[in-house]
Each structure stands twice: as C-alpha cells, then as structure tokens.
Write a protein that binds this ligand. Structure first.
Ligand SMILES: [Zn+2]
Length: 101
C-alpha cells in the first residue's frame, strides 16, 4: 500500500480530504500477509506487501468502523477457521481409514 494516506472522497461521510489506508478484510482477520491483486482481464497483477486494502475512508471513519466492527469480525473469522481445521482433521481421518481398508 506504500503511502499511508491519499486524497479523495470518504465513502461513508462524503468529506473530501485525506483518506487513510485500511485493510479489507481487517488485518487481524488473516489479512496480514502479502497478496497478489490480479485484474479480471488477466495479467501479472500487483503485489500488496501488507495484505489486501485500499484508501476509501477518512481517518475518522476508519477509526470508528475499526472500533465498532474489527474485533467482532476477527472473532467470527477465527471461529470459522477453527471449524475448517476441525473438518480437515475429520477429513484426514476419513481418508486414512479408507486408505487402510
Ligand atoms: Zn469519513
């Protein structure tokens, strides 16, 4: 994401001015690793070293939405990951059982 601020119109309050960098989904919801952003038309894509994100909110709206939603959303993602991991264990056991039989 390089530069941490840009100028534009906030997508929530509509104020024109400085926009801050925000992670989408939040950094704490498994979005803290480099990603490759590829266009639908194809092509090489662009690497974002700090995870997926953009500049769509002013710093005030970014802080408020982070305060309101990030912790709950991250908890939701962690619960989903635990379910997926437990299903992988069951799937691995099932696969091993079939292999032995
Ligand atoms: Zn705003």
């Amino acid at each position: 994401m390089g530069k941490r601020t840009r100028n534009g119109k906030c997508h929530i309050c509509g104020n024109v001015g400085e926009l801050s960098s925000e992670h989408v989904p939040p950094k704490s919801a498994f979005n803290d690793k480099p990603i490759i952003l590829k266009p639908f038309e194809g092509g090489k894509g662009k690497i974002q070293q700090r995870g997926m994100g953009d500049y769509t909110l002013c710093p005030s709206c970014n802080r408020l939405t982070s305060y309101w939603y990030v912790k709950s959303f991250a908890n939701f993602c962690y619960m989903g990951m635990e379910i997926l991991q437990s299903q992988m264990v069951i799937l691995n056991l099932f696969t091993c059982t079939n292999f032995i039989l």
